[in-house]
Write a protein that binds this ligand. Structure first.
Ligand code: HGY
Ligand code: MN
Ligand code: MN
Length: 409
């Protein structure tokens, strides 16, 4: 274990500087994937990568990887995350992992250390999936889990095509995707939930990521007058959308355990107080750490949707926007994270991730580990997202040490 420590003030300066881009009135950040704000954030991080002497490559889906040579050639020990955010994002989701990677590099630069194996720091395109589904898109393409062509052709919630926007912001790179294979992959990330804070624990040694199932339901009903139409004659797309969202909650409550369910989008047409909605869109996000339980939740939702279509006389089409099975991280890497936290004097615990992460795309292909730091009040995907400097310092030092230990192995 080296006695090197990261420079927390320098890391916090970068977190704040990146947070200026896409800053929202009153706090928080909006840098939806491949928007001008995302471009500006990318440009700022690429400049930092170049200032640190990293060799920067941009691949065909816009993933950006900065490479730091080792004493020997070969696959790098990689770290990274994402810098795109949801529309009401915070300073830390994704950004912390990328900027802590740069801080690891700068700490090694300051110490004049060249590791045996190369080191790489990356940010991956469209991790959030909020504008273009699915999430973890860039890392999924990089690791062969998603098709480059399909992702470039993806149409976003605002009608834009991903490949066009990638070219528009100047990040349609030449490097073939997956050109840089990782020897190992580590990701530092805020927990985005209440577990560490409630347990009073500093570091999460993440054991894996739960399964994710995103479905968009489009409902075609019949517009009619809210006052004159008897209930028996209605084909109310608005009611059906609400019934789907309510059933998602019932399924989660009924199944209990790790099952969670969310309807984050409900759009009605024409969305007027005295008009029975002619059409509606509603999304359902189902997650579970257990694949069979997740399939059970999906089955229950599908059955309910079929009976709604029948009983309400509406057409419902379902479109899968994302489907990832649960992922386990390499136990050796999980143990390395926990042991490193222990040696550094930080409390730690093993735990699964409720959120999706780029690391889950690397896990099938190389030894992969994640480090969690606490989220204040368990809040994320919310402008109030916050993690204290001491907690960031702890997480970034664990990242430095686990990367060093693999990069010297
Ligand atoms: O949806 C997720 O879990 C991640 O924030 N993309
Ligand atoms: Mn994230
Ligand atoms: Mn997120």
């Amino acid at each position: 274990m080296s006695n090197l420590l990261i420079d927390i003030d320098r890391l916090l300066r970068r977190i704040r500087a990146l947070g200026e881009i896409g800053a929202l009135e009153g706090g928080g950040v909006c840098r939806l994937a491949l928007t001008d704000q995302d471009k500006a954030g990318r440009d700022r991080v690429v400049n930092w990568m170049r200032e640190l002497g990293l060799g920067v490559t941009i691949d065909r889906i816009g993933n950006v990887i900065g490479l730091r040579p080792g004493r020997e050639d070969g696959p790098p020990v990689m770290t990274g995350s994402h810098i795109d955010t949801v529309a009401t994002g915070g300073l830390y989701d994704g950004n912390l992992g990328v900027l802590a990677g740069l801080e690891v590099v700068e700490t090694l630069n300051d110490a004049g250390i060249t590791t045996r194996h190369p080191i790489a720091v990356g940010f991956f395109t469209n991790e959030e999936g909020a504008r273009f589904a699915p999430d973890m898109m860039g890392s999924g393409v990089h690791q062969g889990a998603l098709s480059l062509e399909d992702c470039l052709a993806t149409v976003g919630i605002d009608g834009a095509t991903l490949g066009d926007d990638l070219a528009r912001i100047g990040y349609a790179g030449e490097t073939p995707v997956g050109g840089i294979r990782a020897r190992a992959f580590f990701e530092l990330h805020v927990e985005q939930g209440p577990v560490l804070e409630e347990a009073g624990v500093d570091i999460g040694a993440v054991t894996g990521v739960q399964g994710i199932s995103w479905t968009q339901y489009t409902i075609a009903g019949t517009s009619n007058h809210a006052g004159t139409t008897p209930m028996r004659l209605r084909h109310d797309a608005g009611y059906v959308a609400a019934a789907i969202a309510t059933e998602a909650r019932h399924i989660a409550r009924d199944m209990g355990g790790d099952q969670v369910a969310t309807s984050g989008v409900i759009d009605l047409e024409p969305n007027l107080i005295n008009v029975i909605a002619r059409s509606a869109k509603v999304t359902v996000d189902l997650r579970n750490t257990d694949e069979y339980r997740l399939q059970e939740a999906e089955r229950r939702m599908a059955n309910h949707v079929a009976s709604l279509a029948q009983n309400e006389g509406v057409e419902i089409t379902a479109k899968t926007l994302a489907r990832f099975a649960p992922v386990e991280f390499d136990d050796e890497m999980v143990t390395l994270v926990a042991a490193t936290a222990e040696t550094l004097g930080h409390s730690h615990r093993r735990m699964p991730s409720g959120a999706g992460h780029d690391a889950q795309m690397f896990a099938p292909n190389c030894p992969t580990g994640m480090i969690f730091v606490p989220s204040k009040d368990g809040i994320s995907h919310n402008v109030r997202e916050y993690t204290a400097p001491a907690e960031i310092h702890a997480g970034a030092n664990v990242l430095l040490q686990v990367m060093l230990s693999v990069a010297e192995s």
